[in-house]
Design a protein. Structure first.
Lengths: 135, 315
């Protein structure tokens, strides 16, 4: 006879594994520090690309002013100002990304821990009731 | 209230049984309306404006993930803008890339708001969106809402200034780029709507998570009031903004709509029949999990008049 209790437990575990568990189990294989650092690296690249696109648009918008003042302005000062704006922008963006991905990892970790607890319960069920019940 | 709850349970039952038909149909309807709205506003490319292309793209969107619907919409917008002016299309592409790089990485679940927000503006019910987004989605949905507002106002600005752009000389690359960028940085109505909608979404989201009675009703009312107050304040500061009459009527319509949507869809417990398979040492299991319904529909009682007993009594 089929053990109904065991079947219910296995069904719930299988449902989790095929739905949310696919992504969550993959993410929680990383340590929290590694996952957050990896996402922040991606965020740094994306943030830098976005800043470059915004700078190009701003340059095209003010192209006439730039062309007339290019040789009279202090290029080093101009570059330093751009760099300061970039550093402030990327710092704020990375702080937001750090909070978001840390929160996300914590949320997924709780669900995966609940899944592991259910796995342990299933294992206990096997040990206590044995495999003979299915014959 | 009980009737609405029973209606919700009936909808869950129908969804659980027919989700394979319902989901593609809803996606097809949303994609169809999106393409019609885009073609109506900025239909400058004849090839994309044809009904056959709209049907084909709708069919594609119906059977692909939501992200593809958003990408199709953005691609169609870029196609139409490139027919109007290459420079404007370049500005639009830059805007979409900045949005994608900075914000849309966080908003996988709420990407559909990028389509629904401009659609709500097109159909004249924009004020329902921050309330619904606050109830059903997380706080990050405020970012997606903001991106949807930017897309709507940019398209609106281009469609209003299309004749001016077409009249510009072919060599006026910088002028056309300037017109495109002005549609973003000098669009006061856009900034006002952005601030008020994002604030309303966050207010609704924060309040509906509180442990108090009627939390989500209070959240909807507070979000609507926040939106109205911020718009009024903005109208004092900026020259452009929504009309007061439109704002008030729109908010009055939005509140019951948002409450209905919240009642029907909050909790996102529209589960469907799931099939899984697994094995142990003795058996292979092929399991079909069918969601249970919570509220029983009232059972009909049929009163039978026993004519035989009546005739017996008469004797």
């Amino acid at each position: 006879m089929i053990n109904e209790e065991r079947t219910k437990m296995m069904t719930r575990l299988a449902l989790y594994e095929t739905k949310e568990g696919k992504k969550e189990l993959k993410i929680t294989r990383y340590s929290p520090g590694d996952y957050v650092m990896l996402q922040m690296l991606w965020s740094f690249v994306c943030g830098t690309l976005a800043f470059v696109i915004i700078c190009v648009l701003a340059a095209l918008y003010n192209i006439e002013t730039l062309m007339t003042e290019l040789f009279s302005m202090d290029i080093l000062l101009f570059a330093r100002n751009i760099l300061v704006i970039y550093i402030i922008f990327i710092a704020c963006y990375l702080m937001f990304c750090y909070s978001y991905y840390s929160y996300r990892y914590g949320k997924y970790k709780k669900r995966v821990n609940a899944y592991i607890l259910r796995l342990k319960e299933l294992y206990k069920h096997y040990v206590q009731n044995g495999n003979n019940q299915n014959m | 209230m009980a009737t609405l709850l029973m209606m919700k349970e009936k909808m869950k039952e129908i969804y659980a049984e027919y989700y394979k038909v319902i989901v593609p149909t809803v996606k097809a309807v949303v994609a169809f309306l999106m393409l019609l709205a885009i073609n109506d506003k900025i239909g400058y490319m004849a090839r994309l404006d044809s009904f056959l292309v709209v049907l084909v793209l709708t069919a594609v969107c119906a059977f692909t993930p939501t992200g593809i619907t958003v990408l199709v919409g953005l691609a169609v917008i870029l196609g139409h803008l490139s027919a109007l002016s290459f420079e404007i299309a370049l500005v639009a592409l830059a805007v979409f890339m900045v949005m994608g790089l900075l914000y849309l990485r966080f908003c996988n679940k709420d990407l559909i708001l990028l389509v629904l927000v401009p659609l709500s503006f097109y159909f004249g019910v924009p004020y329902v969106m921050p309330l619904v987004a606050g109830i059903l989605c997380g706080p990050v949905a405020a970012l997606t809402l903001g991106c949807g507002i930017v897309i709507h106002y940019f398209i609106d600005y281009i469609s209003v200034n299309a004749l001016t752009i077409q009249g510009m000389a072919a060599e006026g690359t910088v002028d056309k780029i300037r017109v495109g960028v002005d549609g973003l940085i000098r669009n006061e109505a856009m900034f006002l709507t952005l601030i008020s909608f994002v604030a309303a979404t966050l207010v609704v989201h924060i309040l509906r998570r509180q442990s108090m009675d009627h939390a989500w009703s209070i959240a909807i009312f507070s979000g609507a009031m926040c939106n109205v107050i911020l718009n009024f304040m903005g109208l004092l500061v900026f020259d452009n903004g929504p009309s007061v009459f439109g704002l008030l009527i729109g908010t009055i319509i939005a509140i019951p709509l948002a409450m209905l949507v919240g009642l029907l869809f909050m909790g996102l417990d529209y589960s469907r029949t799931e099939k899984v398979q697994f094995e142990d040492e003795d058996y292979y299991y092929y399991v079909k999990a069918v969601p249970k319904m919570n509220i029983q529909a009232p059972s009909k009682t049929v009163k039978r008049i026993n004519t035989q007993r009546y005739h017996t009594n008469q004797k």
